[in-house]
Design a protein around this ligand. Structure first.
Ligand SMILES: Nc1ncnc2c1ncn2[C@@H]1O[C@H](COP(=O)(O)OP(=O)(O)OP(=O)(O)O)[C@@H](O)[C@H]1O
Ligand SMILES: [Mg+2]
Length: 320
C-alpha cells in the first residue's frame, strides 16, 4: 500500500504538487489522472526517492522508499521506459536487474515471456527498440522482483490496442493477487477501464477522487430519459402531472425520477421502450471540467458550450 500524506513539492516559487494526500490500496488498481503538467510524475518521483519532498511524505508499506533494503523486491517502478542504457540489450537490462536484486537468471526468461518479447527481440539493443517494446521491457523490469506494489507512469504510452488490452489484463490479475497498482495517465479512457479507484489531479492539487461510479454519481441530477411508443401522449401526461419535459434524441428528458415517470406512463397506458436515470455528462466531461483551469487549451466545446442542465446533455447512448 502506498500512502501519500500532505505532499508538497515546490521548485523555487512554483508549486508542482500542492498538499496531496491519498492511498493506493493493496488488491486495487488506483488510477492517477491529470492533464499535462498536473504533477503526476513529480508525485511518483517523490514516491520512489528520486525527488525530495518540500513537505509531507510518501510511504510504501509504512516505509520510506529509501529505507527499503532491497526496494525492487517490494516496489516495481516504471517512470520512463526510455531511461535505459541505449546500448544494452533488453535481456542485459533484465539480467542486471535480477543480479542486483539477487534473483535467479531464470526470472529473466519468465519476465520476457510475460511481456511477449521474443528471443531475438530480447537480444536487440534498446536504442533499436520501438516505443511499445521499451514499454514492455519496462513493465518486465518493474515486475522482476515480484514486488507487492507497482508504480507506473503512463505505462500504456506507445502500446497498440492489443498491447493496452494485454497490459490491462496483466495489471488487473496482479491486483487480484493482492498487489497495489498506481498507474498514471493523462488519458481518461486508459484509466477508467482498469482503475478501481481514480485520483484526479490538476495543477498539483487533487480535484476529485473515487470509483468511476462515485465520480459519475456526483453528476446525476435525478432526472430521467424516457422513450415511449407514443412520446407525444406520454409528454402530455407528464406535463399534466406537473413535470418539465423536453425532447431528447428519440425520446424525452423529464425533470423527475424514473419511478415517477414509470407511474405516469402506467396511468396514461403508454408503453415504454426505454426508461433510465440521466447519467450526467459522463466522466470525460467531468474530467475536463474539473481540470478546466489547468488545461492548456480550453477543452473543445466545454465547459462554455455545455448545456446548463445535464439532463439535456446526453439524450441518448450517453456514457455509462
Ligand atoms: N525539476 C523541476 N524544476 C522545475 N519545475 C519542474 C521540475 N520538475 C517538474 N516541474 C514542473 O512541475 C509541474 C508538474 O510536472 P510533472 O512532470 O509532474 O507533470 P505530469 O502530471 O507528469 O505531466 P505529463 O502528463 O505531461 O507527464 C510542471 O509544471 C513541470 O514543469
Ligand atoms: Mg508525467
Amino acid at each position: 500500500m502506498i500512502t501519500v500524506e500532505n505532499l508538497t513539492k515546490s521548485y523555487g516559487g512554483f508549486t508542482a504538487v500542492d498538499d496531496v494526500s491519498f492511498t493506493a490500496e493493496a488488491g486495487r488498481v488506483t488510477g492517477f489522472l491529470g492533464p499535462n503538467g498536473a504533477g503526476k510524475t513529480t508525485t511518483m518521483r517523490v514516491m520512489t526517492g528520486l525527488t525530495p519532498p518540500t513537505r509531507g511524505s510518501v510511504t510504501i508499506g509504512g516505509h520510506l522508499y529509501r529505507d527499503l533494503p532491497n526496494p525492487g523486491r517490494h516496489v516495481g517502478v516504471l517512470l520512463d521506459a526510455s531511461a535505459q542504457h541505449a546500448g544494452r540489450t533488453g535481456r542485459e537490462v533484465l539480467t542486471l536487474g535480477a543480479r542486483t536484486m539477487g534473483l535467479p537468471a531464470s526470472r529473466v526468461d519468465e519476465m520476457l515471456a510475460l511481456v511477449s518479447l521474443d528471443e531475438r527481440e530480447s537480444k536487440r539493443r534498446i536504442k533499436n527498440y520501438s516505443l511499445g517494446m521499451r514499454q514492455r521491457l519496462g513493465i518486465a523490469h518493474a515486475l522482476l522482483g515480484d514486488p507487492s506494489v507497482l508504480i507506473l507512469d503512463e505505462p500504456a504510452n506507445g502500446l497498440d490496442p492489443a498491447g493496452i488490452r494485454w497490459m490491462r489484463g496483466l495489471l488487473k490479475s496482479y491486483a487480484d493477487r493482492g498487489g497495489a497498482v498506481l498507474l498514471s495517465s493523462h488519458l481518461l479512457h486508459e484509466v477508467e477501464q482498469i482503475a478501481d479507484e481514480m485520483i484526479l489531479i490538476g495543477r498539483g492539487r487533487i480535484v476529485a477522487r473515487g470509483t468511476k461510479a462515485e465520480l459519475l454519481a456526483v453528476q446525476g441530477d435525478g432526472s430521467t430519459l424516457v422513450q415511449a411508443v407514443d412520446n407525444d401522449l406520454l409528454a402530455k401526461a407528464l406535463v399534466a402531472a406537473g413535470h418539465e419535459v423536453t425532447a431528447a434524441g428519440a425520446g424525452l428528458s423529464v425533470s423527475t425520477q424514473p419511478a415517477v415517470v414509470g407511474q405516469v406512463a402506467l396511468e396514461a397506458q403508454v408503453a415504454l421502450v426505454d426508461l433510465r436515470a440521466t447519467e450526467g455528462r459522463g466522466l470525460e466531461d467531468l474530467f475536463l471540467e474539473l481540470t478546466a483551469d489547468t488545461q492548456r487549451e480550453a477543452p473543445a466545446g466545454a465547459p462554455s458550450a455545455q448545456p446548463a442542465t445535464p439532463a439535456h446533455a446526453a439524450p441518448q447512448g450517453g456514457p455509462r
